[in-house]
Design a binder for this molecule. Structure first.
Ligand SMILES: [Ca+2]
Ligand SMILES: [Ca+2]
Length: 281
C-alpha cells in the first residue's frame, strides 16, 4: 500500500512540473574522447592530464570553477566567468610529483545560482623517498643558525643545496636560497625569510609533525595543496615551513627551533633543523 501511495504522489508531482517550474542543476559532462581523463585513473608522478567538459543547459552558465584536492586541502586552479548556455572547456594540469592522490572537480553555476559538478580522483603511484633529518643524524651536527641580516656575522644566508649558512655579503646569490630579510636596525628582532634564487615558502598550519613526517611525498603534497608565498611571515619558535628551491628545485621541511632576540642586532638569529631527501644525490 505504501508503495502504491508513493507512486501516486510521484505521478501527481510530475503532472504539476510545468507550473512549479523546477529548475534543473547544470549537467557537467566530462569529455570521454581520446586524450581526456574522465574517471578515476592511476598515473606516474608529474604526469600531465587533460579533462574537458561539455555543458548544455537551459539557462546561462555564469561561472566555471576547476578545483583540485590534495592531502585533504582543496584549492582553486581556475575560476572563470562565462555567460552561455553551452560551455565547452578543457583543463590541463601536471599532477603531484610524488605518490598520493589528487582529486579534480569542475563545477558550473548557472544564472539562478544552481550548481552542477563532475569529478574524478587521480592516484599517483611511484617510488617515494625517505626524509633525512639533517640535525639528528651524523657526528658534530647541530642546529643551523641563520643570523639577522644586520648582524656582522657572516651567517645570514642559507644554501639549500649543501645546508650551509653563508654570509649575506657573499657575491654568489646561489648560496642565498633562504636569507634573513629583517627590516630596520632596531633592537627588536622580527625575522622574515626571503630568497635570492626563487625559492618559495608554505607555512605548515597543522597536519604535519616534524618528528613523525618521514616520507618526501608528505611534504611535497602538503606544499602542492597550499598557497605559495615568496616571503615568510614573521618567524616564531615552533613555526614550520616547507621551502621549495635550491639548484635541484627540491622540497625542505624547516623547523624553527628557536628565535633568539638578543640585546642589539648582532646576535639575533633563528635556529632551525631541516629534513629533506639525500642532498648528495
Ligand atoms: Ca643554492
Ligand atoms: Ca635584538
Amino acid at each position: 500500500m505504501l508503495i502504491a501511495t508513493a507512486a501516486v504522489t510521484f505521478l501527481a508531482s510530475c503532472g504539476t512540473e510545468d507550473t512549479d517550474d523546477p529548475k534543473p542543476d547544470p549537467a557537467v559532462n566530462l569529455k570521454t574522447t581520446a586524450g581526456y581523463t574522465s574517471s578515476n585513473v592511476t598515473v606516474t608522478p608529474d604526469s600531465t592530464l587533460k579533462a574537458g567538459v561539455i555543458i548544455n543547459h537551459d539557462r546561462r552558465i555564469k561561472n566555471v570553477k576547476f578545483q583540485v584536492t590534495i592531502s585533504g586541502s582543496t584549492f582553486t586552479v581556475l575560476d572563470t566567468t562565462v555567460n552561455d548556455k553551452v560551455i565547452n572547456m578543457d583543463f590541463v594540469r601536471k599532477v603531484i610529483p610524488t605518490p598520493g592522490t589528487e582529486g579534480w572537480t569542475i563545477t558550473a553555476t548557472d544564472a539562478d545560482g544552481k550548481t552542477g559538478s563532475a569529478s574524478f580522483t587521480i592516484t599517483v603511484q611511484g617510488a617515494d623517498q625517505t626524509l633525512i633529518d639533517y640535525v639528528a643524524s651524523g657526528m658534530g651536527q647541530s642546529n643551523r643558525k641563520i643570523y639577522r641580516f644586520q648582524s656582522t656575522r657572516p651567517s645570514s644566508a642559507f644554501d639549500l643545496d649543501d645546508l650551509v649558512v653563508y654570509s649575506a655579503a657573499d657575491p654568489d646569490d646561489g648560496k642565498k636560497d633562504v636569507f634573513d630579510n629583517t627590516a630596520g636596525s632596531g633592537d627588536v628582532y622580527a625575522p622574515k625569510w626571503q630568497s635570492k634564487t626563487g625559492a618559495t615558502f608554505v607555512k605548515v598550519t597543522g597536519g604535519l609533525d616534524y618528528a613523525t613526517t618521514t616520507k618526501y611525498s608528505a611534504i611535497v603534497n602538503y606544499f602542492s595543496s597550499k598557497t605559495v608565498t615568496t616571503v615568510t611571515e614573521t618567524l616564531a619558535k615552533d613555526n614550520m615551513y616547507i621551502v621549495k628551491g635550491g639548484s635541484k628545485d627540491r622540497y625542505f621541511l624547516i623547523y624553527v627551533v628557536n628565535v633568539d632576540d638578543a640585546t642589539g642586532v648582532n646576535d639575533d638569529h633563528v635556529e632551525v633543523k631541516v629534513k629533506t631527501i639525500d642532498i648528495t644525490k
